[in-house]
Design a protein around this ligand. Structure first.
Ligand code: ADE
Ligand code: ZN
Length: 357
């Protein structure tokens, strides 16, 4: 039976409590490792390795400061340059997962850009990341898998070499390749060979598209790269044929609820995500770059629940959507699904608060 958040005749506006939303087990599939590094950590790493950070990252305050996506990306790349040893990778992976676990995160697919760290070998970096991830799983029970992300700006040939490197150093936790960076830098069609090679080797495929670019980017990702998931994808709202196609196929979209920089209105992004859900897309919520452009996933859940007046069923649906969109092996997905289902049932009686007038 559907719970009634506001019973007829009730004078009290009931909403899901923040404590409940924080405790809710959560899974996300779109979160960049280097976008999880808090400003204080970035300042410390940059000082240790003699890296100059952009002005908006230098003061080590609570937030990075930037006005638009390009400036944010500049900070992101400088943070990448500040992570220079296997131990750095281990520490930032561990720190980011432990922080997110405090807000109920139980599964994360971590996107990691090897090309943004040209001074280190793939295997050295991955060794550090996997050590940090395993320590966080042991201590906090948060499971993670890795998406090796191709940076568009380095082009198709470099992407193919990266995939060759990934295949030469297999790890069970590395489940997919992705495509990120500046959508203006290259079309998805440049990366067909890299995607074909990854697919043939059994890796899953995802790509950022329709975040800043138009829907033709997304169509290329579907038709040429043959992706299993779309990261962001807001441009589908402007393309009725693509929208209908992806509602029909139910390909997962890893959308991001919140984005905090002045040039992209926060409210605009919220409206996009709400419209994607209303259109019937298969969508989960993700933090993307929690230290850079938005808060942790539990903050997204709290904000989305308030704006969209979620019922307990909505919250449960989004808690499970992240697992269903994941590229983890079937046994892991089944185990997480069973654990989430039991936990959701246990939490249900305390879901609503009557505090909101
Ligand atoms: N790299 C890190 N965050 C990104 C984003 N939101 N879009 C594209 N590339 C990114
Ligand atoms: Zn992203």
């Amino acid at each position: 039976m559907r719970a009634e958040p506001n019973p007829p005749g009730s004078t009290v506006q009931r909403g899901l409590s923040a404590d409940y939303l924080r405790a809710l087990p959560k899974a996300e599939v779109h979160c960049h490792l280097e976008g999880c590094v808090p400003p204080k950590t970035a300042v410390r790493l940059a000082a240790r390795h003699g890296v100059t950070l952009p002005a908006g990252a230098r003061d080590g305050g609570d937030r990075y400061r930037f006005r638009n996506f390009d400036e944010g990306l500049e900070i992101y790349l400088a943070v990448c340059r500040s992570i220079q040893t296997a131990e750095d990778f281990e520490a930032v992976t561990y720190e980011s997962l432990m922080t997110a676990a405090e807000g109920g995160l139980r599964y994360r697919e971590i996107a990691f850009n090897p090309q943004n760290h040209p001074e280190l070998s793939y295997d050295t970096m991955m060794g550090g990341i996997l050590a940090g991830a395993r320590a966080a799983e042991e201590e906090a029970g948060v499971v993670s898998r890795i998406v090796v992300a191709i940076n568009r700006q380095f082009g198709g040939e470099a992407a193919l070499n990266l995939v060759r490197d990934v295949l030469a150093h297999p790890h069970d936790e590395v489940v997919a390749i992705g495509l990120d960076g500046d959508e203006k830098a290259a079309r998805p069609s440049e990366f067909v060979a890299a995607y074909d090679l990854a697919r043939a080797a059994g890796l899953k495929l995802t790509a950022h598209a329709g975040e800043h670019g138009d829907s033709t980017e997304m169509v290329e990702c579907l038709d040429l790269l043959r992706v299993d998931r779309i990261d962001h994808g807001y441009a589908a709202l402007l393309d009725p044929a693509l929208l209908a196609r992806t509602v029909r196929s139910q390909i997962p979209y890893s959308a991001c609820w919140f984005i905090d920089y002045p040039e992209l209105e926060v409210e605009g992004r919220r409206l996009d995500v709400a419209a994607m859900a209303a259109a019937g897309l298969n969508m989960c919520l993700n933090s993307d770059d929690p230290a850079l452009i938005g808060p942790e996933l539990h903050d997204d859940f709290i904000d989305a629940a308030a704006h969209l007046e979620w019922t307990v069923e909505d919250a449960e649906k989004y808690a499970l959507a992240g697992i269903d969109a994941s590229f983890a092996d079937n046994a892991t997905v089944e185990r997480l699904r069973a654990e989430f289902t039991a936990e959701l049932e246990r939490l249900r009686p305390g879901a609503y608060s009557a505090d909101i007038q």
